[in-house]
Design a protein around this ligand. Sequence first.
Ligand code: FAD
Length: 399
Amino acid sequence: MRDLDVVLEPRHELLRTELRGWLARNAPPRPADDDNDSDEQTMLAHRREWHARLSAGGWSAVGWPERFGGRAADALDRYLYHEELTRAGVPRLLTTAGIALVGPVLMRHGTPEQQARHLPRILSGEELWCLGLTEPDAGSDLAGLRAEARLEDGGWVLSGRKTWVRWAEPATHCAVLVRTEQAPRHRGLSFLAVALNDPAVTVRPLRSADGRHTWDTVDFDAVRVPADALIGERGGGWAVAMGLMELERADQSFADHTDLLELLRTALAAAGARHRRGEIDDAALSRLHRGAVAVWTRCQLFRAVNLRTARRLRAGEPVGDEGSLIRLHWTRAYQELAAVVEDACGPGLLAADAWSRRYLDARATSIFSGSSEIQRTVVGERIARLPRTRTRTRTTPKG
Ligand SMILES: Cc1cc2nc3c(=O)[nH]c(=O)nc-3n(C[C@H](O)[C@H](O)[C@H](O)COP(=O)(O)OP(=O)(O)OC[C@H]3O[C@@H](n4cnc5c(N)ncnc54)[C@H](O)[C@@H]3O)c2cc1C
C-alpha cells in the first residue's frame, strides 16, 4: 500500500535525507515487543538506549531551539521527523512528556534558572517527566481538582492524589497541576515541577486491562516543594495546562497515521500468512481487505489533517480547538483498524501478533487526552458552532 505523496520544499528534503542517512547507520530494529511488552523494564531499557543514541546524534529534540540543544526544526520538519522514525521501525521515543511537552512549556513559561536546571537533563534523558493532571474525582472536569499547595516558610506544601499518571514509577519529576488560590475554579490553579524522589511521595501501580503496568496513582502527603518550582504565574496554571494539551494533540499526532498504516501492513501480512496455512477462510480474508481499504482511506485523511496542522503551526497559527479534531481522527482510525482485524481474523491473529494488546490499547484512546465525548463537544460547540447543549458541559480535553 503506497501513501499519497507530499510535496516538500528543498530544506525539508535536506532534513529528510540527512535523517534517513543517519537512521540507516544508527537505527536499531524496533524490539518486537516495543509498546506491547508486559515487561515495562525491558521496554524502558530499549528506549533509554535509543534515546542516548538519538541525543548523541543531535536527533532527540529536533523542534527545540539550537541554544537548548535542538535543531530549530519547524512543524513540517517535525512532521517528517516523526514519519521517518516510524517508517524506520525504531523503538519509540523515551521521553515524550519531557521533550514534546514539559520542555516547550518551560521554554515558554519557565524562568531562566528552571530552563538551565531541567532542559539539559531532559535532553540527556537524565530527567524523565510525567504529567499529574487527573485525579480520582477530576478527569474530564479537570478544573474541579482538589490537590492543593500552600506557601509555608518560603516553600510549597503539596497534598493530594493524582491518578492515571503515565510512567510515574520510572519518572524523576512530575508536572503537577494544583490548587493554590482561593479563587474561582480555573483561576485558582498553578503548575509545580515536583521531584518524585521525596519520601512523602507514594507511587502505586495501576494495571490496565491487558495486565500492563504503565500508569500509576501518585499520593503527595505534605510534600515540601521549593518556591521556585512554580512554572508560570501563580494562579495561571490553567493557561499552562491548556498550552500543554495543545502541544500534546498537535506535536504528538504527527506520526500517528504512519504508525497506524504500519500496523495495517503488519495485520495484512499476518492474515495473508494465516490464510495460506488454511487458518482463516477466503471470506475472512476478503472482509479484512475491504476493511483495510476503509482504514487506509481514513489514515490518508488523517495524514492530510496532520500535514495541514504542520503547515498552520509553521505559519505561526495556533492549533487551538482543532486539536480535538485531530484526536478524534486518530481514535477513530485506530479503533476501526483494531475492529477490522478482530472481526476478520478473530482472537487467533490477535494473540499471535500481540494484537490483543493493540485492541485493548485502541479502546483506551477514546478516554485519555480527553475523552471522545468531550472532544466532540469541543468540535460541535467551538468549531462547527452548533448550539450549546442545554446543560452546560465542562469541556477539558487533556492527557
Ligand atoms: C490510558 C490512559 C492514560 C492516561 N494518562 C494520563 C496521564 O499521563 N496523566 C494524567 O493526568 N491523566 C492521564 N489519564 C487520565 C485521562 O485524562 C482521564 O481518564 C480522562 O480525562 C477522563 O477522565 P475520567 O477518567 O475521570 O472520566 P470521567 O471524566 O469521569 O468521564 C467518564 C465518562 O463520562 C463522560 N463525560 C464526562 N463529562 C462529560 C461531559 N461534560 N459531556 C459528555 N460526556 C462526559 C466521559 O466522556 C467518559 O465517557 C489517562 C487515562 C487513560 C485511560
